[in-house]
Design a protein around this ligand. Sequence first.
Ligand code: FAD
Length: 443
Amino acid sequence: MFDRPLAHRTSGSGGSGGVAAASAAGTAKPTYDYLVVGAGFAGAVIAERLATQANARVIVCDVRPHIGGNAYDHENEDGILVHKYGPHIFHTNSERVFRYLSRFTDWRPYEHTVKAEVKTASGVQHLPVPINRTTVNALYGLDLQTDEECESFFESVAEPIDECKTSEDVVVSKVGRHLYETFFRGYTRRHWGLDPSQLDASVTARIPVRTNTDDRYFGDTFQVMPLHGYTKMFERLLSHPNITVVLGTDYRDLQHLVSYREMIYTGPVDAFFGYRYGKLPYLSLEFKHETLDLPEGQERALPAPVVNFPDEASPYDRVTEFKALTGQRHPKTSLVYEIPKPDGDGDPYYPIPRPENADLYRKYKALADSTPGVHFVGRLATYQYYNMDQVTAQALTLAEQLITGTTSRTAAATATTTSGQRPAVISVPASAAPFGALARGAA
Ligand SMILES: Cc1cc2nc3c(=O)[nH]c(=O)nc-3n(C[C@H](O)[C@H](O)[C@H](O)COP(=O)(O)OP(=O)(O)OC[C@H]3O[C@@H](n4cnc5c(N)ncnc54)[C@H](O)[C@@H]3O)c2cc1C
């Protein structure tokens, strides 16, 4: 029997109630082709593909009480749509991913912008990030008119460094020490609990610095938000008679109650192997949600959809105003503040980009590659920061391989990045640094 209650929603004929009942009665175990662990992007996309394209019977379980993984959204008590695990903004260059997801949702166009709250001698300023000509003009009281003038400015402040070994080297060699200290150093130290001089150069290998006045955070071809939210999209992805969804259940409590041919595993790879080589280090976050009353006639509380805090003394990385992302109109407004927890406590969110962690992951990957009947896919199973579109691409590729019988067990090598390239072993999350988001060539 289950050692905790099963909160469940089923779309197929044989639901978790059926699973538990069959087990209790000692009758034959319910039989599935696939057990999918995790109902986030990786799990839901694979389940949908296998159910609809291979007519496979699929059972999807998630230890959380909801579908959608980290992209889960819901209406809070005031009726404002919020993202439980921090803001999720959809952007991709992949037409394949965009077309695929468009079967399950309509979209609203949304071009994301971010401002950094910077304390200067003349007071607090909210300046566009990534750094662009507007940022430079406002910060230094300049009037640079052209890309060339701005380029010359960056050249005049950049410090020549022969070989960029650390993140600090990369940034300082591009925009000089003052911009580095104003926008980057404190943010990184708070977020990762590490000084940029301790972080590998790959973290900021291609920091976006713009000489124009484009203040969009992303440069992707498709920049949209699901019109009715992510959870509604996931409901449609998983709504098929061949798919059974079991929520609030660890797969280890379920796997002996059902028969299945193969497992798709999207949880943490180190947990799967009982932390045999030790824990893979993650940065965690605490999300502080709050709802504010707004003065009559005012729609927004913040000067931008997201405000970053580069000052190391701030406890928060950033604050997000959800109505700016979703377009919802409401007399109140809901915000979420993100507080980094670099000490390893809490849910795993960002793999910590250090070479020794990549080495540790490689040991788990070798185990995963030699585990028959289990396919490891998604951000936790491959210890890799991926955006939603990248995980979707990875899942589509694995599903195709399963359907055509040409699989490998870890899907990392087949993932398509936002810019359509293969991801690096460790990459920087969109929110990890003021510059991080555009490390994919959006500038
Ligand atoms: C703060 C933050 C902001 C982000 N913002 C963006 C953004 O703006 N744009 C973007 O494209 N991407 C963003 N991302 C990345 C995005 O969250 C991921 O790309 C996406 O969630 C990955 O999907 P997944 O299925 O691999 O993992 P997940 O969504 O984490 O799903 C894995 C699921 O497996 C379940 N699970 C784990 N272990 C077990 C177990 N033992 N038994 C059963 N179930 C289990 C988990 O509960 C989880 O629901 C952000 C990430 C974070 C942390």
